[in-house]
Design a protein around this ligand. Structure first.
Ligand SMILES: *[C@@H]1O[C@H](CO)[C@@H](O)[C@H](O)[C@H]1NC(C)=O
Ligand SMILES: *[C@@H]1O[C@H](CO)[C@@H](O)[C@H](O)[C@H]1NC(C)=O
Ligand SMILES: *[C@@H]1O[C@H](CO)[C@@H](O)[C@H](O)[C@H]1NC(C)=O
Ligand SMILES: *[C@@H]1O[C@H](CO)[C@@H](O)[C@H](O)[C@H]1NC(C)=O
Ligand SMILES: *[C@@H]1O[C@H](CO)[C@@H](O)[C@H](O)[C@H]1NC(C)=O
Ligand SMILES: *[C@@H]1O[C@H](CO)[C@@H](O)[C@H](O)[C@H]1NC(C)=O
Ligand SMILES: *[C@@H]1O[C@H](CO)[C@@H](O)[C@H](O)[C@H]1NC(C)=O
Ligand SMILES: *[C@@H]1O[C@H](CO)[C@@H](O)[C@H](O)[C@H]1NC(C)=O
Ligand SMILES: *[C@@H]1O[C@H](CO)[C@@H](O)[C@H](O)[C@H]1NC(C)=O
Ligand SMILES: *[C@@H]1O[C@H](CO)[C@@H](O)[C@H](O)[C@H]1NC(C)=O
Length: 745
């Protein structure tokens, strides 16, 4: 059993080898022209499908022909179709040559009228001629199609003469020749002699259909015809309907890669199948692709440049060569000039890109270096050192990058400016990272020598955590001009509140008093409670910000100085705002905390009077608010100077008390002014009384009168800053004040 299987396998393998070795063409011919198990030849005539002989030798024993009209028989190596012998069958032309007889007519005894059933095939109009040979002869070709008969023919007469008969050519005398009409089927040929021909002439008449050029006339044929048959060409078709009707039928004959053709007008029955372009084989069995590259029928310069595809082929050039590989164009080494140009182009491009990149990197580095330089110049490293020392502090001063702040202010958009002045410009900004609105101040250029001090200020201010001092959140040192970031206070300045809103009622006074107390508290804190005393140097209503509950926030430390203990600062330049400036400071340039007290005095007067600290439009004696206020006080005309409507019975006493405090702050001699701490305490005391008024209205008036009297005498007193008692002053000092005030203008 195993042995048998082995031998079978071996044989199969051998068969495979044989098949593989067999040449391509032969193999395809064998495979393509016939159905399997059918004889492909008869004698030496090839029989292509749809023709076939009998039934296949395969088990299904299917017919070897497509339909009965293609059924052939093979007898003694002669191929028989119907009643005729087949000479050859052409698949490409879809024609076949058959042997058909000559019709002979002599004297009624041995006449011959051959006929042929053509099974709806027509005799080829183009390939055949109808001929008649004889002297007084005519021949008729009959076609019996669809129960109707059609006849055609030719005649030739010489009446016994032979002079005009040309030898070798069928001229029409002795031999007539005629084209075949189309669609002649089921034919019969009849040769005949004219009945009144000369009796002595017993020559015969011969008619036949012959394939073109298969017969050459000769005069000798008049006496005895040499052939009894000639090849005749038939056009064959499959089916009996046109393409359109046949394509949908089950017995449609055209197989893969073929198409139906019924364009030949000579054909009225059936259709033909043809292989598509680029395919070969038998369309009735299925066409196969022509490998143009192998058969040599390609347009490429060589087989190596050819790539076969279904139905066609493609030419190509090896990599690195130009052209498309066709015979006209071919393949070429790429042009040297093109190469050079491309190379140089690429080089220039790379160089350009490289240079641009380097330049960009250089610019970026330069910017980073510049920022680094400014950072150092602005004391960044000192700040970082300081900050690292204070790591455990609850307060953290953030160091912002320039990018962060640019982003926050939309690249310092002018529409976001909320204030500007000698100190610099303030922008409103939004820090997306902290989700917080801030005020960003662009300071003036910092003096190189003030570098360390600037940083100290930042550190100290960032340490200050007082509810009435604007909070410094951080800074940015990466610019030539440092940037400071503050909390954003949204309700404007006290200056705006006083000079633009003009709301005059008791509520306003209460608010004003509270603002005064809060501001004083903040300044007091800066002077005495902060780790290093800070002198604000620019106390004014414009630097007191208000939030939405009118809580005061002292701001703008741009001019502020830190005063190390036991040291007096000598300012290189007198700073401050006209109208708030301490006259003593203007004279001596000696910076003390008392300068802030003077300026705060002006703020108090502003709160009381609602007037601006300096107004050029007024008479000379009224220009300086502080001086005007003091002279009114001196002349007992204090109530003239208060803002109209602010004084009422309830707050009269408080207002006078505040006025007296303001006057003390405005003392010419700084040492005689109360300290900020005392001012704050005094204001707090006044507020306490306001909250718990234990003095009745009547008493209040008397008290006020007393206070006023006391005030006018005590203001110019040689005040003891450590005491709250007011002693009567000396006139000599009063004169001094007046002189100083004159100088101050
Ligand atoms: C094929 O032809 C051979 C001889 O030529 C014959 O013996 C054989 O029977 C034929 N086969 C068919 C299927 O007609
Ligand atoms: C076939 O040929 C042989 C001799 O060649 C002959 O005897 C025989 O009659 C022929 N048969 C037919 C059917 O023609
Ligand atoms: C017809 O012709 C043949 C010879 O071709 C001859 O033998 C015969 O007698 C002729 N018959 C008649 C009726 O002429
Ligand atoms: C010839 O054509 C007619 C009409 O279509 C058809 O009926 C007949 O069967 C055909 N004959 C053959 C042999 O195919
Ligand atoms: C042809 O004629 C025969 C007899 O006259 C008749 O039976 C047949 O139907 C006819 N065929 C056609 C196609 O006319
Ligand atoms: C045929 O005709 C020629 C004259 O053209 C004549 O000589 C000859 O005898 C005739 N042959 C026969 C068989 O009648
Ligand atoms: C007929 O004549 C032509 C030219 O003379 C020749 O080529 C051809 O072979 C001849 N045909 C036959 C069948 O003798
Ligand atoms: C070569 O191909 C062309 C077009 O595909 C075709 O017309 C021609 O017959 C082919 N020639 C050969 C010898 O295959
Ligand atoms: C040709 O067509 C056959 C199927 O029709 C497919 O399998 C084959 O891959 C195709 N070959 C090419 C070269 O396209
Ligand atoms: C090859 O190139 C030539 C000229 O450019 C063109 O005429 C031809 O059609 C191309 N052949 C192919 C197969 O692309």
């Amino acid at each position: 059993m195993e042995h048998l299987q082995l031998s079978q396998t071996l044989m199969f393998a051998l068969a495979l080898v044989v098949v593989a070795v067999a040449p391509h063409q032969t193999l395809s011919a064998i495979l393509n022209q016939n159905l399997p198990g059918c004889n492909s030849t008869c004698g030496n005539i090839e029989i292509p499908y749809p023709f076939g002989i009998g039934y296949s030798s395969t088990p299904d024993q299917r017919p070897c022909f497509f339909e009965p009209k293609f059924s052939l028989t093979c007898e003694n190596s002669t191929l028989i179709w119907g009643n005729v012998e087949i000479l050859s069958i052409s698949l490409p032309a879809q024609q076949m040559d058959v042997l058909f007889w000559v019709s002979q007519f002599c004297n009624d005894t041995n006449d011959n009228f051959p006929w042929m059933q053509t099974f709806n095939f027509s005799i080829s109009r183009k390939e055949n001629k109808f001929m008649t040979v004889g002297c007084d002869s005519f021949g008729v070709l009959n076609s019996f199609s669809d129960n109707s008969t059609y006849s055609t023919g030719c005649l030739t007469r010489c009446y016994g003469n032979e002079l005009k008969i040309d030898d070798g050519t069928c001229s029409g005398i002795g031999c007539c020749r005629m084209d075949i009409p189309p669609r002649m089927r089921d034919i019969e040929i009849r040769a005949s002699i004219f009945s009144n021909s000369m009796p002595e002439w017993e020559n015969c008449s011969y008619s036949f259909v012959a394939k073109q050029d298969s017969y050459n006339f000769s005069t000798s044929h008049l006496r005895g015809f040499p052939q009894t048959s000639f090849p005749l060409v038939l056009d064959w078709t499959v089916g009996h309907q046109k393409c359109k009707a046949s394509e949908s039928r089950d017995d449609y004959a055209c197989r893969s890669n073929s198409y139906c053709d019924d364009t030949d007008s000579d054909i009225d029955y059936g259709y033909r199948c043809r292989c598509k372009d680029g395919y070969e084989g038998n369309p009735y069995l299925g066409c196969t692709d022509i490998d143009e590259c192998k058969t040599g029928n390609h347009t490429c310069i060589s087989e190596k440049n050819c790539l076969n595809s279904n139905g066609s082929h493609r030419c190509f050039c090896p990599k690195g060569q130009s052209g498309n590989g066709t015979k006209g164009v071919g393949c070429h080494q790429k042009d040297l000039v093109t190469k050079v140009v491309m190379g140089v182009g690429a080089g220039i491009f790379i160089l350009f890109m490289g240079t641009t990149l380097l330049y960009l990197i250089y610019q970026k580095k330069k910017l980073i270096k510049l920022r680094e330089k400014y950072f150092q110049q602005n004391g960044g490293s000192i700040l970082l050192q300081q900050l690292s020392r204070r790591e455990n502090s609850s307060q953290v001063t953030q160091i912002f990058t320039e990018e962060q702040l640019k982003k926050a202010t939309n690249n310092f958009d002018e529409s976001l400016i909320i204030g500007s002045g000698g100190y610099g410009t303030v922008f409103k900004g939004f820090l997306a990272d902290n989700n917080r609105t801030v005020a960003i101040k662009k300071s003036k250029i910092v003096d190189e020598s003030q570098k360390e001090q600037f940083i100290n200020e930042i550190i100290v201010l960032s340490q200050i955590n007082h509810r009435n001092v604007v909070k410094l959140l951080g800074c940015c040192l990466e610019r030539e001009v440092p940037l400071l970031v503050y909390e954003f206070v949204n309700n404007g300045t006290l200056y705006d509140f006083l000079h633009t809103e003009r709301k005059v009622n008791n509520e306003t006074w209460k608010t004003r008093l509270r603002i005064a107390a809060e501001s004083a508290g903040a300044l007091s804190y800066l002077h005495s409670e902060a780790s290093i005393p800070v002198i604000h140097r620019d106390v004014k209503t414009a630097n007191i910000l208000l939030d939405n509950t009118y809580t005061a926030k002292v701001s703008d430390f741009g001019a502020s100085r830190l005063v190390p203990l036991d040291q007096t600062e000598i300012a290189t330049m007198v700073q401050g705002t006209f109208g708030y400036l301490d006259p003593e400071y203007m004279l001596t340039s000696q910076l003390t905390e008392k300068s802030d007290v003077y300026s705060f005095g002006v703020v108090l007067v502003e709160l009381l009077t609602g007037e601006k600290p300096h107004s050029f439009g007024k008479p000379e004696e009224k220009r300086s608010l502080a001086n005007h206020f003091l002279s009114c006080l001196k002349e007992d005309r204090l109530f003239d100077v208060f803002q109209v409507g602010i004084v009422n019975e309830e707050n009269k006493k408080e207002i006078v008390e505040v006025a007296i405090l303001a006057a003390k702050c405005l003392r010419l001699n700084g040492e005689e002014r109360p300290s900020m701490k005392e001012v704050a305490m005094e204001l707090d005391a006044i507020r306490q009384k306001e909250k718990h008024p234990w003095i009745s209205g009547d008493q209040n008036i008397e008290e006020t009168q007393f206070l006023l009297h006391d005030a006018s005498s005590s203001i110019y007193a040689d005040g003891d800053s450590s005491s709250h008692q007011y002693t009567t002053g000396y006139d000599s000092i009063r004169d001094h004040v007046l002189i100083a005030l004159d100088n101050g203008r």
